[in-house]
Design a binder for this molecule. Structure first.
Ligand code: XIL
Length: 477
């Protein structure tokens, strides 16, 4: 099963569009770019508009409202991805230990697929909405119950779910560490055990880590989750996606570094999905910003709003957080989202574009996203190292260094460089760093020291200061 796309949402990249090729010498980065000019009819629903760039646009669906024809009419017309708002959670699917109940989950699932939509599964391991029997478990009994629950639910929906939120909300709000919970007290490895169990239970489902307050790149919680995903990728723990719930309100407001958050997660080699979007006050501009930030990152594959009308929102209608008012009318935010989706350029498609390098017209301004790499050290018999800027934002940037073996294999490597300005590394992965002042030394981790002749490995880092591409020196061990 292709879990990336169905025929209905594959990119229809060229339809109704005029492509112009041009030189972009001013950037000095990529010599030719594709500029798209929307021409012809724009799509008139959110799902169809998102599908133009290979993305989906979804909503949470509640069985309690499936009898409301205004609700189902709007939901069916506008959205092509569905998340069960509560019906696939632990308390709903395993109300008594080892007695699974999929009555409500199947109602949501069947409504979705009978109307041609795909389904995100939400959620398998969470400290909240646990049935009483699970709340009272601890230690190895709870660990085993978690594994059994994942297996039970995922086998029921095997091959049917686009992506599962395997683990939900496992990080603490304040300090970037784990949230205390009965699951966390079973041992720090509970999250990776959940992911490994999930991969074995349904190899066709994308496996996501989902959380709130991980939208702002500068927040410790965001960095905590980022470090976990980076660690999982480096150790081969199966994870395919990160869900940014994106419940925006005055305490947790949209910030313009959201695009950096999305692209930084994507650069780790996972998809990013906006999974539970609502915006207190319903600002049309903020909704457009969120959509444009997703569209700017090839691996941001879709957006789900957490309800249809304001009156359906878990936050209450008075906060006006969604795209339709309580009477089912389209709000200004709806129009701004639809327009943003219709303006998406074909080369922002999530597939088959490579995961890391954004195209020039999707870069955060003013710095170009991918810079040239002048720093190449001598290769024959030794190794070379090249640096490129993956992303940049005011006051900081993210880079990737490729270390390549020359004509013979390398069993260990060291890369050195000097910053010409006041850059300083804030986080580095895929290597071990030392050095002081402007001088940086990075040597291999135990798992990426060996490189076959002609092959390469990479390490990455984030840094303070302005993006720079110094000349690197590579030395073999
Ligand atoms: C909410 C539902 O919308 C409510 O109906 C329910 O009472 C509580 O849960 N993060 C999540 C979602 O992952 O599952 C939550 O959904 C909202 C916050």
């Amino acid at each position: 099963m292709d879990r990336n796309a169905t025929p209905s949402d594959r990119p229809r990249r060229l339809r109704g569009r005029v492509l112009l090729a041009g030189a972009l010498g001013a950037l000095g980065v990529i010599s030719a770019v594709t500029v798209s000019v929307p021409a012809g009819a724009a799509e008139s629903t959110l799902g169809a508009a998102a599908a133009q760039s290979g993305r989906y646009f979804g909503t949470a669906i509640s069985t309690s409202r499936l009898g409301d024809s205004q609700y189902t009419t709007i939901a069916n017309r506008e959205f092509n991805m569905v998340t069960a708002e509560n019906e696939m959670k632990i308390d709903a699917t395993e109300p008594n230990q080892n007695q699974f109940n999929f009555t409500q989950g199947d109602r949501v699932y069947n409504w979705a697929v009978q109307n041609g939509k795909r389904v995100r599964g939400h959620t398998l391991a969470w400290h909240n909405q646990q049935p009483n029997w699970m709340r009272n478990l601890s230690g190895s009994a709870l660990r085993q119950a978690m594994i059994n629950h994942i297996n039970g639910v995922m086998s029921h929906y095997k091959g049917k779910i686009y992506a599962w939120d395997v683990v939900n909300e496992a990080f603490d709000d304040g300090n970037g560490g784990r949230r205390d919970s009965n699951l966390q007290r079973t041992g720090n490895d509970w999250i990776e055990v959940a992911f490994r169990t999930a991969r074995a239970a349904d190899p066709d489902a994308k496996l996501c880590y989902n959380d709130y307050n991980i939208d702002n790149w500068s927040w410790a919680k965001t960095q905590g989750v980022y470090n976990m995903v980076r660690d999982f990728k480096s150790r081969g723990v199966p994870i395919d996606c990160v869900g940014l719930q994106s419940h925006f309100n005055s305490q947790s407001a949209y910030n313009s570094n959201y695009r950096t958050t999305i692209s930084s997660f994507a650069a780790l080699g996972v998809d990013v999905q906006i999974t539970e979007l609502d915006i207190q006050g319903g600002s049309a501009q903020t909704y457009a910003n969120v959509v444009n930030d997703c569209l700017a990152v090839p691996r941001c594959t879709g957006i789900t709003v957490w309800g249809v009308r304001d009156s359906d929102s878990w936050l209450g209608a008075s906060t006006s957080p969604l795209l339709f008012d309580s009477n089912g009318n389209k709000k200004a935010a709806y129009t701004s989202v639809l327009n943003a989706l219709n303006a998406a350029t074909p080369n922002t498609s999530p597939s088959p574009t490579p995961p890391v390098s954004p195209s020039p017209n999707t870069s955060p301004s003013p710095t170009p996203p991918v810079s040239p790499s002048p720093g190449t050290s001598p290769l024959p018999g030794g190794c070379s190292a090249t640096i490129r800027t993956v992303n940049s934002w005011p006051g900081g940037f993210q880079s990737e260094v490729t270390v390549q073996a020359g004509s013979s294999s390398v069993s260990g490597w060291t890369v050195n460089w000097s910053w010409s300005g006041s850059q300083s590394i804030t986080q580095l992965w895929g290597g071990l760093t030392s050095g002081s002042g402007s001088s940086v030394t990075v040597r291999n981790e135990s798992w990426n020291g060996s490189i076959a002749a002609g092959a390469s490995t990479t390490f990455g880092f984030t840094a303070n200061g302005s993006a720079a591409t110094p000349t690197l020196t590579c030395t073999r061990a």
